[in-house]
Design a protein around this ligand. Sequence first.
Ligand SMILES: NC(=O)c1ccc[n+]([C@@H]2O[C@H](COP(=O)([O-])OP(=O)(O)OC[C@H]3O[C@@H](n4cnc5c(N)ncnc54)[C@H](OP(=O)(O)O)[C@@H]3O)[C@@H](O)[C@H]2O)c1
Length: 302
Amino acid sequence: MLYRPLGRTGLQVSEIGLGCASWWGKAAFDERQAHRLVHAALERGVTFFDTGASYSGGEAEPRLGRALKGRDLDRVVVATKAGTRHDGRRVVRDMAPAAVAASLERSLKTLGLERLGLLQLHGPSVAELNDEMLGLLESFKRRGLVRAVGVNSFDPAVIEAVAALPAIDVVMVDYNVLRPERAPVIAEAARQGKGVLAGMALAMGHTGGQVLKLRAVRDVWYALRALKNHRADVVRGARFGFLHRLPDMTGAQAALAYVLADPNVSCAVFGATRMAHLVENLEASGKRLDETVMAAIRQAQA
Ligand SMILES: NC(=O)c1ccc[n+]([C@@H]2O[C@H](COP(=O)([O-])OP(=O)(O)OC[C@H]3O[C@@H](n4cnc5c(N)ncnc54)[C@H](OP(=O)(O)O)[C@@H]3O)[C@@H](O)[C@H]2O)c1
């Protein structure tokens, strides 16, 4: 596993991180299997784990806390999010500073940590990134509750605003073969010293129709999510079927290699519930796409 600096935070992270969200965090997915994936990731050198207070019906974060219990976390950066929570029925958004502070307190407890590696606001608006909020985030660092603070957003206007805010250390954006348009704003964020996390680096399996291959209940869940929320990406993703027929790497490895070819990216984050997928994805570290493949990607993107 290769490592990269997380912007100017002084932290180093594995260039591939594990997202602890979606089906991985759900009660319907066996707890022992979920733990095994985290432990296998640790053994293979993963030092970045991403979750959120509202992920998987609120179950992902406590599950990650249980999985990490008793492990050596010296070099590990655990990242979670505030500003959204799950009320048992749906995701509730609350970006009030008091709610963010309460969320951090709960997250530290559920994760079993005294200090969090990274706390990110989960989808704030530009207006919500006001002096009160930025002061609060800085106070978390001063009090030793978090090592770094960030913003997770898929809104280019928010990412652009964040790039110019000295109080924010990290941005997490949706960056993958289907989102080359994020490259300039990522470059600007990196130029301003931000660590850049590529969430959904696999394009949620939308390339080559992978997400529509149904083998188990979880696949049906991912396919329905794709068709409900990301239909346009599934259609666009069909143009990238060639990534799944490369001689020297799998489609998922190619998707990760594409994201990691951008030197402005600190870490590419994926989710998985199958061990074979996890192992395959982590083996993408250090793999390079040759110029012919990069040209074919650019053509499919155009
Ligand atoms: N989804 C969002 O809206 C969102 C928002 C903000 C941040 N993020 C961050 O991004 C992370 C990843 O998001 P995600 O879990 O929703 O989606 P994802 O990583 O884009 O996709 C997960 C899907 O990809 C499949 N997969 C993984 N490795 C594969 C491989 N080698 N070959 C074929 N299929 C493979 C998984 O299958 P198996 O389960 O069968 O392994 C699962 O169906 C999250 O954990 C979170 O930290 C996501």
